[in-house]
Design a protein around this ligand. Structure first.
Ligand SMILES: [Mg+2]
Length: 321
């Protein structure tokens, strides 16, 4: 469903009035509707609340002129939903805080919120509160998402153990060609995995596979071996090999898959038995699950043609648009 955004959202009052006209979410979540000083959330009994927040800045995390306000609004919620996915949580609602450039036109807020609310519709994550302000600086957006997960069942980064298989969803690398703005957070996929398989540890890949593998395994007190030949390479990681305009020519598709940020896929570990079933069953349909390596007791390694070398210290770099 497309949510109609009014033409005049000149003031914060306009914005609140409009938000008040939006379809009300599940009454168990938000019984009183918008307009009070604070939102009330009522998760189901037996659930834990899961909260995450992310700030996006024009000029640092995106270029508003190039990306357009709607895509930026969409992304500002998507990155947060990706963090909920990493915990295998279901979204309850989101909060949006906006610092708008002073003197800008009201279209910016409108388009941004329309991008965000469309994403929210898609993932059952309504906008339930927030704050807007203007200042003599560039656009800054902070989104907070609230989710819920069955008590004690959130998946942490710290549960991996030596011998686990390292798995990823989807394809990796080259997000700068558009994926970093238009990706689909793996909310459903993560919940499906967590409901049917014993997942030991999980996170979303935002800073690049090599760096995030270190992060996850360090949190678990183990190391990892990644296998070059097993990396699921995106078509973009191949395309980038031949694009020199961005100043990043000379990297192989594998290097893009290891080092580029903003894949927003799931990185997780399972026992070899579960790993085998996942590879065989491919329970996520069109979203492939790949084994990319294994957890070891210590050290971080990259294996290529059977030879191990230290895993490169590549990681996230800012995107251009
Ligand atoms: Mg994350």
């Amino acid at each position: 469903m497309q949510i109609p955004i009014p033409n005049s959202l000149a003031t914060e009052q306009d914005l609140i009035r409009w938000l008040g006209t939006l379809p009300r979410p599940d009454p168990r979540v938000w019984p009183q509707g918008i307009g009070d000083d604070a939102a009330i959330l009522l998760p189901n009994p037996g659930e834990d609340l899961v909260v995450s927040t992310d700030m996006l800045l024009d000029g640092a995390c995106f270029l508003l002129d190039q990306a357009g306000a709607k895509r930026v609004g969409r992304k500002s919620l998507a990155v947060n939903l990706s963090d909920l996915a990493a915990m295998a949580a279901r979204p309850l609602g989101c909060f949006l805080s906006l610092a708008l450039p002073k003197g800008g036109d009201s279209r910016l807020a409108r388009e941004l919120i329309s991008g965000l609310t469309e994403m929210g519709e898609e993932f059952d994550c309504p906008l339930i509160g927030g704050d807007t302000n203007s200042w003599p600086g560039p656009l800054a957006i902070s989104v907070t998402v609230i989710g819920a997960v069955q008590k004690g069942r959130a998946i942490l980064r710290s549960g991996a153990r030596p011998g686990d298989w390292l798995m990823v969803t989807g394809l990796l690398g080259g997000s700068i060609l558009g994926h970093h703005l238009d990706f689909k957070p793996r909310v459903q996929e993560a919940r499906k995995l967590a409901e049917s398989f014993e997942i030991h540890a999980m996170m979303d890949i935002s800073d690049g596979l090599a760096k995030d593998t270190r992060t996850l395994c360090t949190a678990s007190g183990c190391g990892a071996v990644l296998v070059t030949e097993r990396l699921p390479l995106s078509p973009e990681s191949h395309q980038l090999e031949s694009i020199s305009a961005l100043g990043i020519q000379g990297k192989t598709p594998e290097e893009h898959a290891l080092g580029d940020g903003e894949d927003y896929e799931l990185l997780f570990t399972v026992s070899p038995e579960v790993g085998k079933s996942l590879l065989q069953e491919q329970p996520l349909g069109a979203v492939p699950i790949s084994k990319i390596g294994e957890c070891v007791s210590q050290g971080f390694w990259l294996e290529a043609k059977g030879t191990r070398s230290p895993l490169p210290e590549t990681g996230w770099q800012h995107s251009w648009g």
